[in-house]
Design a binder for this molecule. Structure first.
Ligand code: AVJ
Length: 328
């Protein structure tokens, strides 16, 4: 199914409440370990705060991945070749997309995003930078197979999924997404995917708890957003941002920890938390060469090349769609 322009992807009630947001928050707060999916960070305020995070000295992923795209652009272009339609999962507001597009001579650029306004704005900016390149945005939820525009049907595809956003997902969800990507991109597709690396715990914790407090504001903005949008009275000042390293799962977790006993209402439902209890708001998985290869293989992708930045903090993997086989 193609997503028709103007089709309503976000379901709202008569008061304009995002029904999926409310359902996720109410269900997540009712769990024994309270948890809210990280995708809800990104309202306008949260998106701006994430941009600010990428400017913090402790937050290395954006700089490291940009370094890889810059330093290894010739090798990357060599392996990808010209003439592919680049399908970006997310709407590519970063500096990374222009770096890739100017390196590889693509035949079209197709950004996929669920946030239509953001998608149209970033597409217009890119089209201006690359006159002559067809820019064909598709408003869609890329967690499922997406029908690409007819213009690119017969072109070979390159999926682009930078930022280690794959690390936000637990293995099962990440595998589902990688498989959907194969279905979206079709036969003989390539995928260029950013995957952040396991490293010194102190470096990781600092990246998710910067000295200027921007990540803390990003995390706490989720509570502000709930108060703004879901008729809630969460006492935001009674919560503290915390980044934790979960070693068995090789991931940074972000939590909002109650500083004292609190109770509050969200959309008419009452919740109470004890001092020290937390709401789990994000996982950011970190990979090794081996674990990245295993995850990609589970999703039907075979690594063809892998680059890291000079300091080996971050990896960019080029993988090829591979039909699933039960034995090697
Ligand atoms: C956008 C998912 C890659 O996990 O590093 C940054 C989000 N959260 N600081 C990440 C994030 C806290 C970021 N990703």
């Amino acid at each position: 199914m193609t997503t028709a322009p103007g089709l309503q992807l976000v379901n709202r009630d008569a008061d304009g409440v995002d029904l999926a947001f409310r359902a996720d928050v109410l269900a997540g707060l009712a769990e024994p370990q309270k948890a809210i999916p990280a995708r809800w960070f990104y309202d306008d305020e949260g998106s701006q705060l994430f941009e600010d995070i990428t400017q913090q000295p402790e937050y290395y992923p954006t700089r490291a991945e940009t370094e890889i795209l810059t330093q290894h652009s010739a090798a990357i272009a060599d392996l990808i070749g010209p003439g592919r339609a680049v399908v970006e999962f997310g709407s590519g507001s970063s500096v990374k997309t222009p770096l890739l597009l100017s390196a590889i001579a693509p035949s079209a650029y197709v950004p996929l995003d669920i946030a239509g306004d953001f998608l149209r704005a970033s597409s217009a900016a890119l089209a201006e930078k690359f006159p002559g390149l067809p820019v064909l945005p598709v408003e869609a939820d890329f967690m499922r197979r997406v029908e690409l525009p007819a213009e690119v049907a017969d072109l070979p595809k390159l999926g682009f999924f930078p930022g280690s956003t794959i690390g936000n997902m637990i293995a099962r969800t990440a595998t589902d997404l990688l498989r959907s990507m194969r279905e979206t991109l079709g036969e003989s597709a390539l995928l260029l995917i950013g995957m952040d690396l396991v490293k010194d715990e102190d470096v990781l914790l600092a990246a998710y708890d910067d000295a200027a407090g921007v990540t803390a504001r990003f995390n706490l903005n989720l509570l502000e957003r709930i108060n703004r949008e879901l008729d809630a009275d969460i006492p935001v000042a009674s919560f503290a941002h915390e980044a934790r390293w979960n070693d068995p799962f090789a991931r940074i977790e972000m939590h909002l920890v109650a500083r004292e006993d609190v109770s509050f209402t969200v959309s008419g439902q009452r919740f109470a938390m004890r001092a020290g209890e937390s709401i789990h708001t994000e996982n950011s998985h970190k990979f090794t060469k081996r674990s990245s290869q295993q995850l990609l293989a589970a999703g039907g992708w075979e690594p063809r090349a892998r680059w890291t930045d000079e300091a080996k903090r971050f990896s960019l993997v080029l993988a090829e769609s591979r039909p699933p086989r039960s034995a090697p």
